[in-house]
Design a protein. Structure first.
Length: 252
């Protein structure tokens, strides 16, 4: 059951969305060769608390950290640890913040030092794929329209879209209906309606789309060990299209 949000409820979500977005701006200066993902987790955790939020991932279904950090061939749900980032790595930092019971969810893939050519191309395609998906959103369109637009663009660039993980409705609940897949056919799937609030978060692989979950039960990696990049926004459906709720209010 999709929970359509009122204008007042969307406004109530805005603080959580903006703190999450600002967290990604804040963390960028720390993402350099030599930092550990555990340190990134600590910085994000403290920043979230200082700005009146709660890090939603912490203890969510047993997840042990406050942020997901997915490096190179890790697709999503990477668990921060003591391994140091190296020059040329790419890392997705996925932040979800709770304020007054409302969630804001966003992620970004960062370059560590100087990116390799293929990693840079992949990351920029993932970034643009998100915007292409957002541009499709309007009342009367379908969720299949979003997936088709993203998949077509990604595959035109000779990359692939992960099938097993998708965007999701969000509000007082971290993950709710609808599920927003990043592949599909035009005109298929649920009709998009004003008041829907959901994430779009395409995961784009340099190789094939197949993935697997490691023994920790969380970390998702590409089966072929190819690189993966992802970007995510929380969006609200307005009568004239999508409003991105997770736009930062600070500058890096």
């Amino acid at each position: 059951m999709v929970q359509l949000k009122t204008t007042e409820e969307i406004e109530a979500m805005r603080p959580a969305c903006q703190v999450a977005a600002n967290t990604l701006v804040m963390i960028e200066e720390y993402i350099k060769p030599g930092i550990t993902t555990e340190k990134i987790n600590e910085i994000v955790h403290e920043y979230t608390l200082e700005h009146g939020g709660i890090p939603a991932p912490l203890n969510y279904r047993g997840f042990p950290k406050s942020v997901c950090t997915s490096v190179n061939h890790v697709v999503c749900h990477g668990i921060p640890d003591k391994k140091k980032l190296k020059d040329g790595d790419i890392i997705n930092v996925d932040v979800t913040t709770i304020i007054d019971g409302w969630h804001g969810d966003t992620s970004k893939t960062f370059y560590v030092g100087k990116p390799k050519v293929r990693a840079q191309k992949l990351t920029e395609v993932a970034r643009e794929a998100l915007q292409i998906g957002i541009d499709v959103v309007k009342p009367g369109a379908t969720l299949g329209d979003i997936g088709y637009a993203i998949q077509s663009f990604v595959e035109k660039n000779r990359f692939s879209v992960v099938r097993e993980y998708c965007g999701h409705g969000i509000g007082r609940v971290f993950h709710e209906e609808p599920q927003v897949v990043h592949f599909g056919k035009q005109g298929e799937g649920m009709e998009i309606k004003e008041g829907m609030v959901f994430t779009i978060e395409p995961m784009v692989n340099a190789g094939k789309h197949a993935v697997k979950v490691l023994n920790d039960g969380w970390t998702v990696v590409t089966r072929d060990r190819g690189l993966s990049a992802q970007f995510e926004h929380t969006i609200a459906v307005r009568k004239d299209g999508a409003e991105i709720l997770t736009l930062p209010t600070i500058k890096g």
